[in-house]
Design a protein around this ligand. Structure first.
Ligand code: IPD
Ligand code: CA
Ligand code: CA
Length: 270
């Protein structure tokens, strides 16, 4: 089967901009859980893209954050969409959120688009074709030691029981690296590792729509993304994500090694 055209996907994603920058919609908030919100922006962007994507490829399944109860067959093609990655940033008018859309062919992620409508930046990749930021090729950094590396952390804000272990790891990474950052959008964190604004990013218990698009962009930019045991990702499960320029990957994995030697929350059903 031929894959969809990446430029068609980019154009569709760009069409969501007015839905996102209309600030009144971001104030229409429903609480999903502790620190976990959905706004009218999230639902309207998802509905808009779901309908358009169905028109261009009716046979492709749809996995989106706001209808995650829908079952998909992991052996068949699927769209994987986070309509807004960085909803808390959106509610706080922080201007660091993104639409994250991936195309999964039933085996691998083949395409990814991560679009920040506030900066206007679009990160994208098709497997085997390289990664781009606004049509310019992007590449990961060449830093090979942690003390040269800027690392973004994800706090797993919806899993507060992970906080103690997370903050133990953050301290360790902070002490070994140049510095740490916390952005509030996992999709943009992965895109930033891809374009060399960061050397690495990790977060426990991310969902497929948080990392699907960013993973192919990062790999096409020469980077590496695995679970926290260094294994390939499963795009139908929640995962503990470790991403880097490749050169510091092993060192980052060593910092993440749990004290009891057991990785938790990897391979959690979505
Ligand atoms: C969240 C963001 C955040 C990360 C959370 C994600 P959402 O996605 O990516 O940076 O820390 O783990 O769930 O809820 O804004 O789509
Ligand atoms: Ca979201
Ligand atoms: Ca998300």
């Amino acid at each position: 089967m031929t894959h969809p055209d990446i430029h068609t996907l980019i154009q569709l994603v760009h069409e969501t901009r007015p839905l996102i920058t209309e600030t009144e919609n971001a104030k229409n908030v429903t609480v999903k859980g502790y620190a976990d919100f959905v706004t009218m922006v999230d639902t309207s962007v998802q509905e808009f893209l779901k309908e358009k994507l169905f028109k261009i490829a009716p046979h492709v399944q749809f996995m989106g954050e706001e209808n995650h109860m829908d079952q998909i067959d992991p052996k068949k093609p699927s769209w994987i969409l986070d309509p807004i990655d960085g909803t808390t940033n959106l509610i706080f008018d922080y201007h660091h959120s993104a639409v994250s859309l991936a195309y999964y062919d039933g085996n691998r992620i083949q395409m990814g688009v991560v679009y920040n409508p506030f900066s206007g930046e679009t990160f994208y990749a098709s497997r085997g074709q390289g990664a781009f930021l606004d049509e310019k090729p992007i590449r990961v950094t060449k830093h090979s030691s942690l003390d040269q590396s800027l690392i973004s952390i994800g706090t797993s804000p919806y899993d507060r029981e992970l906080a103690r272990e997370n903050f133990r790891i953050f301290l360790e990474v902070f002490q070994k690296s140049l510095d740490i950052r916390r952005s509030g959008s996992a999709a943009l964190d992965l895109a930033y590792v891809a374009c060399g604004r960061l050397d690495g990013f990790f977060e426990k218990n991310l969902k497929p729509w948080d990392f699907a698009a960013g993973s192919v962009i990062l790999e096409e930019a020469g980077g590496q993304i695995t679970n926290d045991m260094g294994q390939p990702l499963n795009f139908c499960k929640n995962q503990n994500i470790v991403s880097s320029n490749g050169l510091i990957h092993e060192k980052l994995l060593e910092c993440l090694c749990p004290l009891d030697g057991q990785s938790k929350n990897t391979e959690v059903d979505k």
